[in-house]
Design a protein around this ligand. Structure first.
Ligand code: RUQ
Ligand code: CUA
Length: 653
């Protein structure tokens, strides 16, 4: 125990040293930026960026869309957190998207976006992202840039080794970070060891419509499962997960989970398990988790509670799971484009460990094991080792690949990106990060075909890099040109929330599929009003339903009477526009919810419960035409006991 204290102490000391070096070096490194760097990131007005970058929001729970190389922010896609700007989780249509077994949960911590693949190449159909806190996986449709599906992950906690996709998007994988009692139950925390389990969940993705469904959960020993990546090429069919806390400690983890010299990378042959469950293997376990789907035609989400989940005991499927010893609490678990190398980024290790898939298969074949853990065979470290990158930096976290035989690893403590060669393991370049880099991303870097032109580093600390904004300062990303032998820092840009991972893709693949409007004739919303002839207001007891339309530059109706204090007033509003980029918004005074921002052809609903008698205005919130300021209306609210009939009109005196 003493020893690890010293180690941490030393690392912390070195960290301070490095950080202060970097700060001093800051000014001169800025000065060293040549004007050619500026040219490389300059995207002229009206021009488009070459890549999309989908950058996770961390504790914002969302996903932001940037252009590269400019670093310009295009959109923040609401995923796990309510967003008043877009009415996400506020309007009646999207509230079910945030339903969970714990009820309505309007926030999460989103970490790892990953883009769907076909034959190991990015296909630009979907982005998946994990919610850590209340375990969920979300799917964003890249034709609309909207979240269209969220599935809760049962038997999990701190859903961190997620959401990575297999080579043909057969599965999106969700691994638990914290092990927990499975099924959850009341038991002493001290009895953790041997009794808690770590669920690795394989969620199938339907090839036609992308529908997600939990195929099976592998119930692993009670370690912490930190990150994961799929095999590809020859190793397609396998999935690799880093573990830490193989000590199975439940307290003072910074010390107790750093005792073992080596933790494991778990290698999971998911094809074998798939076959096992397809033949009736596994145990159905009672469960309770939400599956939320947004329908593009009804513009409405539904939430279904699922009641069982198929679990698999790894010891029941011989040959399906092995442990690869990996030094010192590995964090990132990264597989190179060929699928041969599996990089374990041991946070507390001096060297980077690279395993060989071929050697792993040979060791399995020869049944050369170094014991077992809970019935799962442990392979010999030397037998599976491809090589080590010797002393490349301090505190390795994540590795990406450029597709030209190079790997790039981030070092948190020494605050740098280090470029090294696959196969020879020699370091060829290093560049400082400002400061304390976490993840990095090369567009397509998690596929068979990376676009090896840029690397984006996502930093944990910014300190003096930007104008100060009080105690809370911006998070930041840094863009490096990696087209040459040496990396070149091109750009800093601020990010929304705390970016963990990001996913990037050539813009051409995505932009041709991007929708411009929703077709009004395809609008199947239950309360849609697709023509002015259907405009009306209906009372049903204390509920009032307003079927309203909007078009430049009026609401129909724009005068409504007969509403009473104590009523529940539903504004069902349809945007009749069929032109690109003409949304309208609507809000009413005193509503306890957000505005609605309605795209052409779409219907949305908010509820207003008027508390005060009067004549109250509503108005369009999105500047839509020269007569936007005229896009307004009045709703008259009478006392609860009044007997004024419902009436509505547009353009009547
Ligand atoms: S984490 S900085 Cu992906 Cu959540 Cu490594
Ligand atoms: Cu419609 Cu402003």
């Amino acid at each position: 125990m003493k020893k690890i204290h010293y180690l941490l102490f030393t690392l912390a000391g070195v960290a301070m040293l490095f950080t202060s070096c970097n700060q001093q070096g800051n000014k001169s490194s800025n000065g060293a930026l040549s004007s050619s760097a500026a040219e490389k990131v300059y995207v002229a007005p009206g021009e488009h960026d070459e890549y999309y970058a989908f950058v996770s929001g961390g504790f914002s729970g969302q996903l932001s869309v940037y252009g590269l190389p400019s670093g310009r922010l295009f959109k923040v896609i609401p995923v796990f957190s309510q967003d008043a700007e877009k009415a996400w989780g506020y309007n009646e249509e999207t509230k079910p998207m945030l339903n969970t077994s714990h009820g309505f949960v309007p926030w999460d911590d989103s970490h790892h976006p990953d883009i769907s693949q076909t034959n190991g190449e990015l296909d630009g159909r979907y982005v998946f992202i994990n919610g850590n806190n209340t375990p969920r996986i979300a799917k964003i449709d890249l034709s609309t840039f909207e979240t269209t599906e969220i599935i809760e992950v049962p038997n999990s906690a701190g859903n961190h080794s997620s959401s990575f996709v297999t080579e043909n998007t057969e599965y999106v994988v969700a691994g638990t970070r914290f092990s927990v009692p499975v099924p959850q139950r009341d038991m002493p925390i001290k009895e953790y060891k041997g009794n808690f389990k770590g669920a690795l969940t394989f969620i199938s993705v339907a090839p036609e419509d992308g529908g997600m469904d939990i195929k099976f959960q592998l119930l692993m020993p009670g370690f912490d499962y930190d990150l994961s990546h799929p095999g590809r090429g020859a190793s397609h069919g396998w999935f690799f997960f880093t573990t830490y806390n193989t000590e199975e400690s439940h307290t003072l983890m910074e010390v107790n989970a750093s005792q073992n010299d080596k933790d494991f990378i778990a290698a999971v042959n998911w094809k074998k398990i798939e076959e096992y469950v397809n033949n009736g293997g596994g145990t159905m376990m009672p469960s309770n988790y939400a599956h939320n789907v947004y329908d593009e035609h009804t513009h409405t989400a539904t939430s279904t509670m699922k009641k069982e989940v198929l679990t698999v005991d790894p010891t029941k499927v011989p040959g399906a799971v092995y442990f690869l010893p990996t030094p010192k609490s590995p964090h990132g678990c990264d597989v190179d484009p060929s699928g041969e190398y599996i990089v374990g980024n041991g946070k507390l290790s001096a060297d980077l460990t690279v395993h060989s898939f071929t050697k792993m298969l040979a060791a399995i074949e020869n049944e050369k094991f170094d014991g077992e853990a809970y019935g799962i065979p442990i392979l010999n470290f030397e037998d599976v080792l491809a090589g080590t990158v010797s002393q490349p930096g301090l505190g390795p976290l994540h590795t990406e690949f450029d597709g030209q035989g190079n790997a790039y690893t981030t070092f948190f403590i020494s605050s740098e990106v280090v470029k090294w060669k696959l196969g020879t393991w020699e370091v060829v370049d290093r560049q400082p990060c400002y400061y304390s880099v976490g993840h990095l991303m090369i567009p397509g870097g998690n596929s068979r075909k990376p676009f090896g032109k840029y690397v984006l580093a996502m930093n944990k600390i910014t300190k003096d890099r930007y104008l100060p904004t009080g105690p809370e300062v911006t998070q930041s990303a840094q863009l490096y040109d990696i087209s040459g032998e040496k990396m070149e820092l091109l750009l800093d840009f601020p990010t929304v929330g705390e970016p963990h991972y990001a996913a990037g893709i050539a813009a051409d693949i995505v932009k041709q599929r991007s929708k411009k409007i929703f077709s009004l004739t395809d609008n199947k919303h239950k309360y849609a009003t697709t023509s002015d002839a259907d405009v009306r207001v209906e009372r049903n007891g204390k509920e009032v339903h307003i079927y309203m339309t909007m078009i430049r530059s009026h609401f129909n109706p724009d005068n409504i009477e007969g509403v009473k204090v104590g009523d529940k007033v539903y504004f069902h509003v349809t945007n009749l526009e069929q032109d690109y980029d003409v949304p309208h918004g609507v809000s009413v005074i005193g509503a306890n919810t957000s505005e609605l921002l309605i795209m052409p052809g779409q219907t949305e609903t908010f509820v207003w419960e008027p508390k005060q008698v009067g004549v109250w205005p509503f108005y369009c919130t999105d500047f839509c035409s020269a007569l936007h300021q005229e896009m307004q209306g009045y709703i008259r609210v009478s006392p609860a006991n009044s007997n004024i009939d419902l009436s509505w009109s547009l353009g009547e005196d």
